[in-house]
Design a protein around this ligand. Structure first.
Ligand SMILES: CN(C)C[C@H]1CC[C@H](N2C(=O)N(C)Cc3cnc4ccc(-c5cc(Cl)c(O)c(Cl)c5)nc4c32)CC1
Length: 338
């Protein structure tokens, strides 16, 4: 019987499994035309059952989201039994493990990371989504120590826009907002800010602000909103944490106020939220002509034909090749197809 992965033959070489998350397996792979490494998330539709709509939600969300701190979706392959998501490879693994290895991060390093997270979440909110599962396990490191947000399986894009209240309780309890664990209606964007507060606390302290192995006790601690401030926290970080870990969502800092908070804008390194243009939304910023040319020459086709095919954004092998070549160009590498 043919391998269940034969649909990828000629496009990718599949290597070892590099992780698994719930109903998905993630394998390292090589995109054959460029030689670049990618991660392929593989799901079995039969095992997914009623979770299948969540995967289509994640795929549609990721097709809309193009940002330097969001893991890029390159290609989607679907057979009658499997779904393959070809994704940007993040060799640095989870931010969660990065924190555990160091116990906790120095304020300057936490600030550099948190700026990237805030930039990604602001973009997600501006695109009308809420992530709803923000935690260090869902932030990966690429080969340049840049963070990449993943796992949009819970993200909500309420038809009525972000101001429509959500009801489904989801995400990880320790990062969940009080209004969410109280079963009240809540705004995804406000709940995301609370989760970012828990995330920043974890970066700076190395442990969680609200923790208890008993779920009920944990919920009560979250609803009380009382947490310790270790003595190593500076006034600036305590102020920002207090603004995010506001039990009343209406008193909680908003993402745009967060981006202007002195703790975030301060510090020494003003770098590291790379404004790289490769993430300009292709639909609105057109396509890169050097990449089009490279593909056209390699395939012996006209640039017009290649440009038209790329602009269909079918998330097929051509879309993946386009995004990977564009990333190579942005890194200053020569554009080459094998
Ligand atoms: C516990 N989690 C919820 C899942 C875990 C799965 C392995 C993954 N990984 C690893 O654990 N390395 C150690 C290597 C690694 C390298 N590159 C990756 C690139 C993308 C992804 C990825 C995974 C999932 Cl489930 C997604 O939905 C998206 Cl959008 C992206 N995972 C990667 C990944 C980290 C997360």
């Amino acid at each position: 019987q043919v391998s269940p992965y034969s649909v990828l033959d000629g496009q990718y070489d599949l290597h070892e499994t590099i992780g698994s998350g719930g109903f998905a397996k993630v394998k390292l792979a090589t995109h054959l035309l460029t030689g670049d490494k990618v991660a392929i998330k593989i799901m079995d539709k039969r095992q997914l059952g009623e979770d299948l709509p969540r995967i289509y939600l994640e795929i549609e969300a990721m097709k809309q989201l193009s940002h330097q701190h969001i893991c890029k979706l390159y290609q989607v392959v679907e057979t009658d039994t499997k779904i393959f998501m070809v994704l940007e490879y993040c060799p640095g693994g989870e931010l969660f493990d990065y924190i555990v290895e160091r116990d906790r991060l120095e304020e300057e390093e936490a600030r550099v990371f948190f700026r990237q997270i805030a930039s990604a979440v602001a973009y997600v909110h501006n695109m009308g989504y809420a992530h709803r599962d923000l935690k260090p396990e869902n932030l990966l490191l690429d080969d340049e120590q840049h963070l990449k947000l993943i796992d949009f399986g819970l993200c909500a894009n309420p038809m009525g826009g972000l101001d429509q209240h959500l009801a489904t309780c989801c995400g990880s309890p320790a990062y969940a907002a009080p209004e969410l664990v109280s079963g009240k209606q809540y705004l995804g964007s406000e709940a995301d800010i609370w989760s970012m507060g828990v995330l920043l606390y974890a970066l700076l302290c190395g442990f969680l602000p609200f923790d208890d192995e008993n779920l009920g006790a944990l919920y009560r601690k979250i609803q009380a909103g009382v947490y310790e401030n270790p003595e190593w926290l500076t006034a600036g970080s305590k102020d920002l944490l207090a603004a995010m870990l506001q039990v009343d969502p209406k008193r909680r800092i908003t993402i745009s106020q967060l981006l202007m908070h002195p703790w975030l804008t301060g510090g020494s390194s003003s770098a590291n939220v790379d404004p790289s243009s490769k993430y300009k939304d292709p639909e609105t910023h057109g396509v890169d002509e050097d990449v089009i040319t490279e593909v056209a020459v390699h395939q012996g086709k006209s640039r017009v034909a290649v440009r038209q095919a790329v602009l269909r954004w079918s998330y097929d092998y051509l879309t993946a090749t386009y995004f990977l070549l564009l990333a190579q160009k942005m890194k200053g590498n020569p554009l080459r197809l094998l």
